[in-house]
Each structure stands twice: as C-alpha cells, then as structure tokens.
Design a protein around this ligand. Structure first.
Ligand SMILES: C[S@@+](CC[C@H](N)C(=O)[O-])C[C@H]1O[C@@H](n2cnc3c(N)ncnc32)[C@H](O)[C@@H]1O
Length: 258
C-alpha cells in the first residue's frame, strides 16, 4: 500500500500551543531515560523506533539520549510529517549539535493489515508511540509494534486520555488557510488499550506499583502547560502505560515479566 498524504501542513502540531504535547514532553523527561535503560538491556546494538513519529519531536529526543551504537528510526504514514521530521533531524545533526547516532526515516501505515513495517525497523529493541493511538483503531498499534519488535523488546505508549477524548478530539489550525483540521479520532479507554496490548502478546509492566500513569490537569499543571490547558483543569487528559510503559514481548516466554 502506498503511504497516504495525510496533510502537507500537519507540522503546525508543534507550534500551535498543543498542551498534550507539552505534557507528554514533561513526562518523557523522566520516562525516556528509564525506557532506554530497559531497551538497552535487551540486546546490543540497540534499535529504537518512533512509531508515528510526526515532526520528529521525540525521534530527536531518542537520538539525543541514545548511547553510541544505537540506530534510531522514525516512521509515519504521512509524507508531510516525514518531511518535517527530516528537517528536524537535519537541523539537529549539523556539526556540534550533539546527535551522533544514525537516524533513519521511513513510511509505515499502521492501518495496513497485516502490518508491513519497513525493513529498517525490524528487530527493534525499543519502540515508542506518543499521541498516535488516538488516530487509529486500538489493536493496530500493538499489531504494528509486535511486527517489528525483537523478542523481549519494549514498547512505550502515551496517549490522550478517554476522559478528554469523550469531550474533545485532536485538531489544529492550518496556518495557510486558517481552517481547523480534525484528523480521525478515537477515544480508547485505558482498559481497552491494556486489553489490546495483551491480545497482541504484550505484557503490561509495573514499577513502583503503578501500572498505568494517568494525568489530571490541576491549576499548577495548567500553569506549566500554557493557556490552552486552562479549560482542562479537573479533567484527566493523558495516560502512559505502566509506569508507564507497556512492556512488549513479541515472544512472551522469552523474558521474565517486569
Ligand atoms: C499527534 S501526531 C503525534 C506525532 C509524534 N508522535 C509526537 O508525539 O509529536 C500523530 C501522528 O500519527 C500519525 N499517524 C496517523 N495515522 C497513522 C497511521 N495509520 N500510521 C502511521 N502513522 C499515523 C500522524 O501522521 C501523526 O504524525
């Protein structure tokens, strides 16, 4: 299947004050180093994949934090997003900018069935997928991740919470036309997500007794997230799985559960 051009201007996601992205960024500051430790323990060399990489926001963070010898791959169904991601990585890999691991970008449409991930993603030891699940049927993210993860590999999933999804959906303003664009949106509950993960052969990890981390916006958090977060005070808006990752076993018998 040919990759679909979802939108040529979709990268305004990064510049229109999207508070879920801001929250995701805050959470990832703590979570990404923990996640990378796990992924690095599975094998050497390490391959990390950003599933639904968008503009490369987190592909770049993976590349900045990854130890030498790691390969980083960002995949997305949108050619416009991949183009923007290429620019993000290009800017960050100018001499002296500190990204020393190779970064590849390729197309992968999670709606393909059966999943057909590009060769460069195969054997991944760690996969992250941030704010993508909202746009696809729940089982397809896990089937897609399972198709490219090495046995014992890990998957970290972060998404809009269904409490927020019940009253809202992703949208952004196309700066060229001023029109509001609303991509397809699903409001998956945490239980549905965990269930789909388990059906695809994943084991949900637990650390410090926290299986799935959920975030409710309070006044303090709203201050940190910017003006678009204010109207969400009192609403649970974000979750990440299992303190917070969903730990993926493409062959569950290969490793002890966390
Ligand atoms: C809200 S953006 C998140 C981007 C990035 N992960 C981040 O956190 O900044 C959602 C991304 O999912 C991608 N996406 C939507 N449907 C997809 C599909 N069927 N297969 C792969 N990627 C998809 C979109 O192109 C977009 O880049």
């Amino acid at each position: 299947m040919q990759p679909r051009r979802i939108s040529g201007r979709i990268w305004v996601y990064d510049t229109d004050g999207n508070f879920l992205q801001a929250l995701d960024t805050i959470e990832l500051t703590q979570l990404l180093p923990l996640f990378l430790n796990r992924a690095a323990s599975t094998s050497c060399p390490t391959k990390l994949v950003d599933l639904g990489c968008g503009t490369g926001r987190n592909t770049l963070r993976l590349a900045q934090l990854a130890p030498p010898g790691t390969e980083v791959v960002g995949v997305d169904a949108s050619l416009g997003m991949l183009e923007a991601a290429r620019e993000t990585i290009r800017k960050a890999t100018t001499p002296g900018e500190g990204v020393s691991v190779p970064v590849l970008l390729d197309t992968f449409d999670l709606l393909q069935s059966p999943p057909a991930p590009p060769d460069c993603t195969l054997g991944a030891t760690g996969v992250i997928s941030t704010l993508v699940l909202e746009h696809i049927p729940v089982q397809q993210i896990f089937e897609g991740a399972a198709a490219l993860l090495a046995p014992g590999g890990y998957l970290l999933v972060m998404n809009m919470h269904s409490d927020m999804g019940a009253i809202s959906q992703a949208g952004f303003v196309d700066t060229a036309t001023g029109t509001k664009i609303r991509p397809t949106s699903y409001s998956h509950t945490v239980d549905e997500v965990v269930d789909a993960a388990q059906k695809a052969g994943f084991t949900v990890g637990q650390m410090e007794g926290e299986r799935v981390r959920e975030r409710l916006v309070d006044e303090n958090l709203a201050e940190r997230l910017g003006k678009r977060a204010k109207k969400w005070v009192g609403i649970t808006v974000w979750f990440g799985d299992s303190k917070p990752w969903i730990c993926g076993f493409s062959r569950p018998d290969d490793r002890e559960p966390l």
